[in-house]
Design a protein around this ligand. Structure first.
Ligand SMILES: NC(=O)c1ccc[n+]([C@@H]2O[C@H](COP(=O)([O-])OP(=O)(O)OC[C@H]3O[C@@H](n4cnc5c(N)ncnc54)[C@H](OP(=O)(O)O)[C@@H]3O)[C@@H](O)[C@H]2O)c1
Length: 251
């Protein structure tokens, strides 16, 4: 097992990509803190399923955009398991509208969840990781960090922020034995983009630009990269963005 006894915090673990990462980490022997905010029953179900499969997991309710809640999350996890070895900042939201239609609240919620949330989580875990001079931090970016999509201005901007934040953090904390990297998934079938999965034009567009011909990745395919980046095998990888997109960006 590649993550045996490692303590991992995975935000957005209740569904979609985060859920797949929680299960993959559980299978690799990690103690998994499954974190989400709005539907705690879903996070609890993921943790229960990991335990039922012989793994170790607990569910935590935390809004990543709230500094007090993020601090408490890290305190609770270290209180339960003694440390934090791995942080996967994956919680995210996407609101699709023409640019003029966004409210200030749409912008704030998107940037606060996707970008500020990642920042607050990193700030909270760094003292623990620095003290033991080791840690793995994986930030969930997106192909939308570096490639433009219409009707997604706050989302693209927030993900570009996450993408460069991973590199800026690497410049600062690699010397403490902490690996910070990001993952940029391509189009992955999850509740986040259910509305786009029903849009034949969007599906056709994605298929036509993907060399494999697929419109959607599976969440397990993204989780594989998250296992790798959290493992010892990735010890020399700092400040990288791992693109998991079926070749979409290459086109
Ligand atoms: N799906 C894709 O095609 C795709 C592509 C590239 C990048 N990504 C990125 O991958 C990550 C996961 O996306 P997904 O598609 O799996 O999304 P998803 O299915 O909608 O899941 C999002 C997760 O984030 C949690 N969450 C949302 N706001 C939160 C908050 N304020 N505090 C804590 N948890 C919060 C949700 O739980 P609650 O709602 O219950 O809080 C849920 O667990 C996101 O960062 C997304 O931007 C996705």
């Amino acid at each position: 097992m590649r993550l045996e006894d490692k303590v991992a915090i995975v935000t957005g673990g209740s569904q979609g990509i985060g859920q797949a990462i929680c299960h993959a980490y559980g299978r690799e022997g990690a103690k998994v803190a499954v974190v989400n905010a709005r539907k705690p029953e879903l996070g609890a179900a993921v943790a229960e399923k990991i335990r039922a499969g012989g793994g170790t997991a607990r569910a935590y309710q935390c809004d990543v955009s709230r500094r007090d809640q993020v601090r408490k999350l890290v305190e609770d996890v270290t209180g339960a398991w003694g440390t934090v070895d791995i942080l996967v900042s994956n919680a995210g939201i996407m609101i699709n509208k023409p640019v003029e239609d966004y409210t200030e609240d749409d912008w704030d919620r998107t940037v606060d969840t996707n970008l500020k949330g990642a920042f607050l989580l990193v700030q909270a875990v760094l003292p623990v990781m620095k003290a033991k001079r080791s840690g793995k931090i994986v930030l969930m970016a997106s192909i939308a960090a570096t490639h433009a999509f219409p009707n997604a201005v706050p989302y693209c901007a927030s993900k570009a922020g996450v993408w460069i934040m991973a590199k800026a953090l690497c410049a600062e904390v690699a010397k403490f034995g902490i690996n910070v990297n990001s993952i940029s998934p391509g189009n992955t079938a999850t509740p986040l983009n259910e509305h786009l999965q029903r849009d034949p034009e969007f599906v056709k567009l994605m298929q036509s630009y993907t060399p494999t011909g697929r419109a959607y990745l599976s969440t397990d395919e993204v989780a594989g990269a998250a296992v790798f980046l959290a493992s010892e095998e990735a010890r020399a990888i700092h400040g990288a963005d791992v693109i998991v997109d079926d070749g979409w960006c290459a086109m």
